[in-house]
Write a protein that binds this ligand. Structure first.
Ligand code: PEP
Ligand code: MG
Length: 747
């Protein structure tokens, strides 16, 4: 029966469809061509394509030859529903001689498909991603053969790539078309709440898939000439200086220079010259600004240098600012993103700081983990952040009204008035308030066992917040943040100023300075890229410092100098062997020696500790404890390495389980070792702020936790209500559990 069908030719025709797509004006038109071609070559009465809508997990009929065309867009099948739903769910082709005899067969109402008995459906997959299904039907029972099934599978696999490309091309085409005033597509994206707060505002979509795909919308003629252009430059400069000053005032002087790239670009003679020359020929200044900025955006985006590619947003922001100033709006508006919800494939820590400085209302990131450093920073700065997996959010039109719910973890596009109303009270509540400050000066369990609650600090501006929230000290100062948000290495003197300021703000309180923890998701754009296949397992943290001794020495010198005449604690991240600890301690000794020789006042007896973040450190914990003055368990990384789950990878986010029995057992080993060595121990991973986990940690014997300032009040409330004996019993049961489900049930 197969011999009357030209399946080989069909496979070739489908390959040609990719080029045919160029002539199609829409995905639907393209799919229509596909079903017509397949039906004709297979001599089948019906051919249809259903595409998978990953948001509501349904198959939607998108094209058909032979069924009622009015059903297009109307017929929706759930996963596992009907023969198509089963094929997609189980990722296998299904061939039926008489479809109506199958228990899965559901004739689609209004599609008149009852008349077609022979049925063949194959899933369309792109890797493991479900794209949709391709179906052929015919009135003659048992019409399709095994060979037909194989041919259709080959076609489906060709189609997957083409459909994906078609979607991509269409979206690019849309980007180039003048944005039409048509209403934004409504939609609801479910994601993970990373930083709390509920906000409503216009969307600002940064990129499609990569940081490179940026363009300034071509400006309508502004009517501006040379005079207005010069004035716009002056105003832009003034605004940038103002936003820089305000940012330093609120976040501290380590963010000095964060807008320097934009300031430099504004003063760049070549860019300015390019614009001037064209305006002098009599062209409209607005048009020229958009044109020249777009040329540089393309140039930067295509660069091999990460550092230049990163500047694309700066260029775009600056271009917008110039265009706004040319159209003489907002003389004093320093907040380019005021009230906006920025949606991007990724954010760098410096992006988060810049956006907060420019009064962004909320952030949406596609992929990434709760404990990625952009997430940590968003929480620290109190800006709502939701992570979604569906990159469909990158197609939301700029300026569409969106409602970001950083409590439930969702994003609503074009919410109707009723939805907005039901969110009203939450919207009126200030975003990211947290539970409020502590209610008691010190923290203890009901029976009086004292627990120390310290703060994890990323930026100097958070120190004041830590004290108002009631933290007793700084249990972890992430010293890499000043490095991350800058354009070049802070000098020893600059670092010294930062550390001194922190110690001054701390007064008598304890401060633990962690040495540079870069690498993995914390890369410095100004350092030549060292491309690694597995950066989380690569040259990061203490490994980086030990391989870059001059950078390490500068930092240690700055810390030792800042700690002159007062207690000083320095902590090394990601230590995995005694040799590494000894090498790091050796560097400290060398720096002390050098400083003393140079007659520079410094702390000559700092306490030196390590973060316990690797399974190797847990296994060697007694030996490491003997040679350390204190320990701190970094569970964000310990989880990642113990469970072999990348903390920034959304595809395995569901496996990044903080109540995994292996984690509790490892923590227990460290608690016991610290007791044996009689040295202080703290835990500074995110799980220390988890209200259901805190009782287990205390029950296991931890007496010191370091958490984000905004969580201190809530964690204190949990501890003050805690009965230690009960917590110990529960912790013992957790430690006996082998299963994740068992520990979860006990929390
Ligand atoms: C940790 O790993 O638990 C930790 C606190 O350090 P960071 O999140 O900065 O890696
Ligand atoms: Mg860590």
């Amino acid at each position: 029966m197969a011999n009357n069908k030209d399946t080989v030719e069909l496979v070739c025709s489908i390959a040609e469809l990719s080029s045919m797509f160029e002539e199609s004006h829409s995905l639907d038109e393209f799919l229509d061509a596909v079903v017509r071609t397949v039906a004709a070559h297979m001599r089948a009465a019906v051919c249809s394509i259903y595409l998978f809508d990953s948001y509501d997990q349904t198959l939607v009929l998108r094209a058909t030859q032979g069924l009622n065309r009015e059903s297009i867009g109307q017929i929706r099948l759930k996963m596992g529903e009907g023969l198509c739903g089963v094929a997609l769910k189980e990722l296998r082709p299904i061939r039926k001689a008489v479809a109506s005899q199958s228990r899965h067969f559901i004739p689609v109402p209004g599609s008149f498909e009852e008349q077609y008995e022979a049925f063949l459906v194959v899933p369309i997959l792109r890797g493991l991603k479900r794209v949709g299904v391709l179906v052929v039907q015919d009135g003659q029972p048992d019409y399709f053969t095994k060979d037909d099934a194989r041919a259709l599978q080959a076609i489906a696999s060709q189609l997957a790539g083409t459909i994906e490309n078609a979607q991509l091309l269409l979206s690019l085409r849309e980007l180039h078309e003048e944005s039409s005033p048509e209403a934004p597509v409504g939609g609801h994206y479910k994601g993970r709440a990373v930083s709390p707060g509920v906000v409503l505002g216009p969307a600002s979509v940064w990129s499609f898939r990569s940081r490179g795909g940026q363009r300034l919308e071509p400006a309508a003629p502004s009517g501006a000439g040379l005079v207005e252009f010069r004035d716009a430059i002056r105003r832009s400069e003034h605004q940038l200086i103002t936003v820089q000053r305000e940012t330093e005032e609120s976040l501290g002087h380590e963010v000095a220079m964060i807008f320097s790239a934009q300031q430099l670009l504004l003063r760049d003679e070549q860019i300015e010259g390019d614009m001037l020359r064209r305006i002098e020929t009599g062209r409209d200044a607005g048009e020229v600004v958009a044109e020249v900025f777009n040329e540089y955006i393309q140039l930067f985006a295509a660069s091999d240098m990460e550092m230049l590619r990163e500047k694309v947003h700066d260029l775009k922001d600056l271009g917008h600012r110039m265009l706004r100033n040319l159209s003489s709006e907002g003389e004093d508006d320093v907040g380019d993103y005021h009230g906006h919800i920025v949606i991007s494939a990724e954010f760098l820590p410096s992006d988060v700081v810049k956006l907060v400085a420019q009064r962004v209302a909320g952030l949406v990131m596609v992929g990434g983990g709760m404990t990625s450093h952009a997430s940590i920073l968003a929480r620290a700065l109190g800006v709502p952040l939701v992570i979604v997996e569906d990159d469909g959010v990158l197609h939301i039109r700029d300026d569409s009204l969106v409602l970001l719910d950083g409590i439930q973890g969702s994003l609503l596009v074009a919410p109707d008035a009723e939805v907005v109303e039901s969110y009203r009270s939450l919207l009126e509540h200030e975003a990211g308030e947290g539970a409020g400050p502590v209610q008691h000066e010190t923290t203890h369990t009901k029976d009086g066992t004292r627990i120390t609650l310290s703060a994890n600090i990323n930026l100097m501006g958070e120190v004041a917040l830590a004290w108002t929230q009631g933290a007793e000290g700084i249990g972890l100062y992430r010293s890499e943040f000043p490095f991350l948000i800058r354009n070049d290495f802070p000098s020893e003197e600059e670092q010294l100023r930062i550390y001194l300021s922190i110690l001054e703000q701390a007064g008598e309180r304890d401060v633990v300075f962690r040495t540079l923890d870069i690498g993995a998701d914390k890369l410095l754009s100004y350092l030549p890229a060292w491309n690694e296949a597995n950066p989380a397992l690569g040259l990061r943290s203490i490994r980086f410092s030990l391989k870059n001794r001059p950078i390490f020495a500068q930092q240690l010198r700055a810390m030792l100098r800042a700690g002159a005449g007062r207690p000083l604690k320095i902590m090394f991240p990601l230590v995995s062997s005694l040799e590494e600890l000894r090498a790091a301690k050796g560097c400290v000794a060398e720096s002390i020696h050098d400083l003393c020789e140079q007659g520079i006042h410094c702390n000559t007896e700092p306490e030196l500790g390590i973060m316990v973040e690797t399974p190797a450190a847990v296994e060697l914990i007694d030996a490491l404890a003997r040679e350390s003055d204190f320990l701190s368990i970094g569970t964000n990384d310990l989880l990642q390495y113990l469970l072999a789950v990348d903390r920034t990878n959304e595809h395995v986010a569901d496996l990044y389980i903080d109540h995994h029995p292996a984690i509790f057992r490892s923590i227990r080993k460290v608690i016991d070792a610290a007791k044996r060595a009689n040295i202080p121990l703290s835990l500074c991973g995110e799980m220390a702020a988890h209200p259901r986990i805190v009782p287990i940690l205390i029950g296991m014997g931890l007496r010191s936790l370091s958490i984000e300032p905004r969580s201190v009040g809530a964690v204190q409330a949990v501890i003050m209500a805690l009965d230690l004996a009960e917590a110990e019993t529960k912790a013992a049961a957790v430690l006996r559990s082998d299963e994740i489900g068992q520990t979860l049930a006990l929390l």
